[in-house]
Design a protein around this ligand. Structure first.
Ligand SMILES: *Cc1c(COP(=O)(O)O)cnc(C)c1O
Length: 356
């Protein structure tokens, strides 16, 4: 028998979450963001459940080719654009849409010999200062690109630094709209947070990622509790050992937790080498046989220890949910000082995955 830790990917939840995104932005087409191997879920495992989408957005050529080879014929968007001029060969061959965010890329497209024009997303820096042309460059860049025979459809793209904040788009959206004045162009501006909370930024194409996987763009589960979004990934294991502590007894490395009264402790086969966050402190929620309890002591490479006081019937072989429907990934992430995005992406290769 293999080690009892495993993850499940719920295909029904994926389909459902895509429909929640559709309802949130009914007038827009959807790029389902499947970068980073579909946020750790496995692009090969999830794409068919999301096939009601209008396109897939990602950033690795390998992932794009995987989708094309699997039979996906609708649009694929390269969110970070291309990294070297030679990449245009594959963009042409696989008919990918690429973002364009730097001047050298305009030159590369001009010089390329393509079988047909490629569609592009012109990325404007909304003030976040990662990728993109400055708003005041937009008209000039647009005209240069529009004049190239190698360029097909053009869309204006931007990304926001503070979309979780109700006021977070006011200023950057104004700057973009000001820069785009007079250009009759489709726009794609919305990540998950904008898709849920900023209808004023929906426009032609939205780009939800995290909500497709059923976690919160703000990191707060409460913020999406009313949306109907369902967790897609469950991380589960079992109790493989039980210890009866006496007052003063310590648990795990550094005795990071000490019992103040007699206490039963369960040892779970899951640690940071499985993707459980090493920084999760005592008190991080976990469910044992469906009963909520908490982590006690340090997370080690292959094990964590949990309090069995609320579940006196639990013992060796009891089911433990590290995250999923009962314990939201956002709650674990928050306890560990991170976000659900990071935990999903960090699911370790050694954890077997079951698709249900
Ligand atoms: C990752 C990404 C998204 C999706 O972000 P979420 O917060 O997961 O919805 C959208 N647009 C761009 C450019 C991205 O890099």
């Amino acid at each position: 028998m293999s080690r009892p830790v495993f993850a499940t990917i719920d295909q029904q939840a994926l389909r459902h979450n895509l429909s929640v995104a559709r309802q949130a932005a009914p007038g827009s087409r959807i790029w389902s963001v499947v970068k980073a191997n579909a946020y750790g879920h496995g692009i090969a495992r999830v794409w068919q459940s999301l096939s009601a989408t209008d396109g897939f957005a990602l950033l690795n050529m390998e992932e794009a080719i995987l989708l094309r080879d699997a039979g996906w014929q609708k649009p694929i968007l390269l969110l970070e654009g291309f990294f070297h001029a030679e990449d245009l060969d594959l963009i042409d061959r696989y008919r990918l849409t690429t973002s364009v965010h730097s001047s050298w890329q305009i030159q590369a497209i001009a010089n390329a010999s393509l079988s047909a024009p490629i569609d592009i997303y012109v990325k404007v820096n909304s003030g976040m200062n990662r990728l993109g042309f400055r708003p005041e460059q937009l008209h000039n860049v647009w005209q240069k690109l529009r004049a190239l025979p190698n360029v097909g459809d053009m869309t204006l793209m931007a990304h926001f630094a503070d979309a979780e904040n109700p006021q977070g788009l006011v200023e950057p959206l104004q700057r973009i709209e000001h820069a785009a004045e007079g250009l009759a162009v489709p726009r794609s501006l919305s990540n998950s947070a904008c898709t849920l909370w900023h209808p004023e930024a929906h426009y032609d194409w939205v780009r939800p990622g995290i909500i497709l996987y059923g976690a919160s763009p703000s990191g707060e589960w409460q913020d999406i509790a009313e949306t109907g979004l369902k967790p897609v990934m469950t991380l589960q294991s079992e109790i493989i050992g039980v210890q009866q502590l006496q007052p003063g007894d310590g648990v795990g490395y550094g005795y990071r937790y000490r019992a103040s009264q007699p206490q039963r402790i369960g040892v779970v086969a899951c640690g940071y080498a499985d993707g459980y966050p090493r920084h999760a402190p005592s008190g991080t929620p976990v469910a044992v046989d469906g009963i909520l309890t908490q982590v006690v002591g340090a997370v080690s490479m292959d094990m964590i220890t949990v309090d069995l006081t609320p579940c006196p019937d639990a013992g060796i072989g009891s089911t433990v949910e590290l995250w999923g429907n009962q314990v939201k990934i956002d709650q674990v992430a928050k306890a560990a000082g991170t976000v659900g995005y990071e935990l999903m992406c960090a699911l370790a290769p050694r954890v077997p995955v079951k698709v249900i």
